[in-house]
Design a protein around this ligand. Structure first.
Ligand SMILES: *Cc1c(COP(=O)(O)O)cnc(C)c1O
Length: 445
């Protein structure tokens, strides 16, 4: 007999029960903090009550590999019906013929597309991180994992999007078979119509990463990539589309082979179980998007522009004033004069305004982002409008230009937020019994 396997130290009496209480207390503190804060992270949103309920349903405990009607497990009859409905709702919302709701996040959806469309060593067109691309496009991200090499598009700082003439030249010279469009700092649409003839000329497939703008696409407030020459759309389902943290693949009908490849990219390529609770929550979110999403998307863009204008009026360097600041849910503010992206994001958080530092086009060092990225999805979701955007700009001004203390601004932020703690644009919206930031039915014993 060799030495016994080492085991964890046995807990002292009560120690692990205390750990459980600690975790619950911390999550409560977190929730209270967000309840009192102004949440401006462009990639975050709130689930509807009915969608949230499904996340803790029994589906959370189950497996269902495969597709509806063709599973590797038993007990999936209702799951099959939920997934079939989810797929139908997705196709209806995006007016397309193909959907797969098994990727468990946007990054996983991107990996599924890379598996389906590319081989290691391929060249794939994309944007630079400094121009707003997601880490999926990076050598240290999904691209690197698949072993494909990025071919970078040129950037047009005047139009704040891909530079068409120079990118045409690059594409003609390098001829990548796949071209990815989509950003995480996504202010203006991609010039898909202008680049489409070049993609056709070189025989490249268009792939759109709509993680950030999926809800705006669904709501008719942004470009519609599947109807502007892209064959595949991958996305997260929890940014401007206010669903569960999950992923989705969508496509056009042109190529059954491609659909098969995307499906096997999703499973068994990059998932086993596909988080059935989130898939069910997504079905509810898609239904609510079909019912309420056009209004929500319009208000989201309206609020982003209102916040940009109000900050601009207070002397902040909001990018792209001549273009109306943004056509999405996101704005970018250069804050070098206020201390740089890192210091400003930290100061804002101390004052109850949650945002993130962000590299901006033209930044010299990736270690020193010159800006902050601000998004309107969550404040819009709880019912704020242009008047509240002006008040939020006032918080920025007080904190960063007028020397008010973080404590004072935090109190003003909590006061503003106190009127907006229920979720809108969904069924059972605003019911008095439902306070969004509470844990569901949990009172500690
Ligand atoms: C957020 C984002 C993703 C990744 O989404 P996750 O769901 O967080 O994995 C992919 N692409 C873009 C452009 C994004 O902004």
């Amino acid at each position: 007999m060799g030495a016994p396997f080492p085991t964890a130290d046995p807990p002292a009496p009560g120690e692990m029960a205390r750990s459980v209480r600690t975790v619950r207390d911390l999550v409560r503190q977190h929730s209270t903090r967000f309840e009192r804060a102004i949440p401006l992270i462009a990639s975050e949103n709130l689930l509807s009550p009915y969608a949230k309920e499904l996340l803790i349903s029994d589906l959370h405990s189950r497996y269902a590999e495969g597709l509806p009607g063709d599973r590797y497990y038993e007990g999936n009859e209702q799951v099959d019906q939920v997934e079939t409905l989810c797929l139908a709702l997705a196709k209806r919302l995006f007016r397309c013929s193909f959907a797969d709701v098994r990727p468990t996040s946007g990054t996983v959806a991107n990996l599924a597309v890379l598996k389906a469309l590319t081989e290691p060593g391929d060249l794939v067109g994309t944007s630079r991180l400094a121009d707003g691309a997601h880490i999926s496009s990076a050598g240290f991200g999904a691209f690197g994992l698949r072993g494909v090499k990025p071919v970078y598009y040129a950037w047009d700082p005047e139009r704040m999007t891909v530079d068409v003439p120079r990118t045409r030249e690059i594409l003609r010279a390098v001829r990548p078979k796949t071209c990815l469009f989509g950003l995480s700092l996504f202010l203006f649409p991609m010039p898909l119509d202008e680049l489409r003839p070049t993609l056709e000329e070189i025989g490249a497939r268009g792939w759109y990463d709509g993680a950030h703008v999926l809800g705006l696409i669904a709501g008719g407030q942004f470009q519609d990539p599947l109807h502007e020459g892209c064959q595949v759309l991958s996305a997260s389902t929890h940014k401007t589309l206010p669903g569960p943290q999950h992923g989705i693949l969508l496509g056009t009908a042109t190529d059954p082979e491609l659909e098969k490849k995307l499906q096997s990219g999703a499973f068994p390529g990059v998932t086993s179980n596909h988080h059935l609770n989130a898939m069910a929550a997504l079905a509810v979110s898609l239904a609510e998007q079909l019912e309420f999403g056009r209004d929500y998307a319009a208000r989201t863009v309206e609020n982003a522009r209102a916040l940009a204008q109000a900050l601009h009026d207070k002397g902040f360097d909001v990018l792209a004033p001549s273009l109306g600041f943004t056509r999405s849910h996101t704005i970018a503010v250069r804050v070098e004069a206020e201390g740089g992206g890192e210091a400003v994001a930290r100061r804002l958080a101390d004052a109850g305004v949650i945002a993130n530092k962000n590299l901006l086009p033209g930044d010299r060092s990736p270690k020193h982002p010159g800006g902050v990225r601000l998004g309107s999805p969550e404040v819009t979701r709880v019912g704020m409008g242009p008047r509240e955007m002006e008040r939020i700009a006032g918080l920025f001004d007080d904190l960063l230009h007028r020397g008010r203390s973080p404590e004072e601004v935090r109190a003003a932020a909590a006061e503003l937020k106190s009127g907006f703690t229920t979720v809108r644009y969904c069924f059972a919206a605003g019911e008095a019994a439902y306070r969004y930031y509470d844990l569901v039915g949990c009172e500690p014993a």
